[in-house]
Design a binder for this molecule. Sequence first.
Ligand code: FES
Ligand SMILES: [Fe+2]
Length: 456
Amino acid sequence: MTELTLDQYRRDCVIDPALPQDDHGAKIENVDNGCGPISPERYFSEEWAELERTRLWNRVWSWACREEDIPEPGDYVTFEIARESFIIARGDDMRIRAFYNVCPHRGNRLVTDEDGARPAGFACRFHNWRFDLAGNNIEIKDRETFRPEALCRNADLRQARCETWEGFVFINMDKGAPSLLEHLGPLVEHAKPYRISEMRIMRRVQAVWESNWKIGVDGFNEAYHVHSIHPQILPIFNDYHAQIDLFPNGMSRMTTKFAHQSPRMNQDGLNPGLRWLMEEVGLDPDSFAGRMEEVRPAIQKAKRAMAERLGVDWSGFTDNQLTDDWNYDIFPNIQLGMHPEGISMLYFRPHKTDPRKFVFDVIVMMHPQESGAIKAPAYMGLPEGWDITGRKPAEIERVDWREGGLGELFDQDASLFADVQLGMESESYEGAILSEQEQRIGHFHAELERYLGLRS
Ligand code: FES
Ligand SMILES: [Fe+2]
């Protein structure tokens, strides 16, 4: 492999140098967040977890559900983050609202199930106060026994902010936070060709992993570990020359070439992985006369022709988007691997009480199809023959990480992260030392430290 100098790595890892600067795929100017160390106590200390509860989770946008999860008035889901629980409900006016899942009378949890339908509104099972779908109190049992000054207090459900983007419903406890769309910044425009609002969750697998949530975010924010943990994808994945862009609000993007052999392989000719990708789009590897680097453009061309044949509109995508992984990190805890065929969404939530665990959702979204002609990229782990008609909402499949079931790539990471957690807690460990391949980790932690008041 020809190694780059540090300057070349920072400057020249660009997927398509010909793109004009105003194209959404163009590399933006580097942001220098330093190179560590990242202090280790953030991955295990109770104090740090408490700081995140009081300065992060109550100030950021958190994804709660999809709009299609609650199509009718009275439909609701509950959503938990840190120690809070919310009811996300559709009102008679079709508006979606987020209520703190707390009865204002004596503080009972109002709803204890994950989802359901209550077209008549919510009743508290402690003393039967009732609330309509806009959160207004509509009945105080035995009202005559309350003194007037007790009843001048607010008896309605308390609301959090609730905003949507491409069908995702987000909540925010901070009344002063910038809007969801402002927070998402460039992604709002960049995501348009994917038509995510028309996609549906085809599979959602959830597992509790034995590490801090940030070990998960960090691990999926770099491709540096791929050659060591996931060598099976090197034949089709250029892990080394990733284009990294650091955007405002802690967001980052890493674009990596698929259908392009890793330079670590030093192997001539079409490897079996590239041959398989070609066959998948109807190209015959045996009669392919081009060089190995020409496989990716050939696949892009074949994909465009396939979309046209199937009557699918992929005209808004650049050629690179047809093959490559465009991975966006939405601060603080969502990563989207974006492809025209589908989106892999990774969701990292802290465990309610244990900073050494996190709740991990691996989600695959696609446009509903009857034919199954368009397949999700193999790394997403969608089993062969999976129902992608979108007719049935995907139930959350809860699995034990030790038993696998998230797909080969994710299962490889699960066993690793538990060991990272153990190592980080050693007295000898002084904190992460970051390469330029790991810039996104530094960018994420800089934003986190700003939220926690530890950096200006
Ligand atoms: S706590 Fe809800 S009605 Fe009393
Ligand atoms: Fe990994």
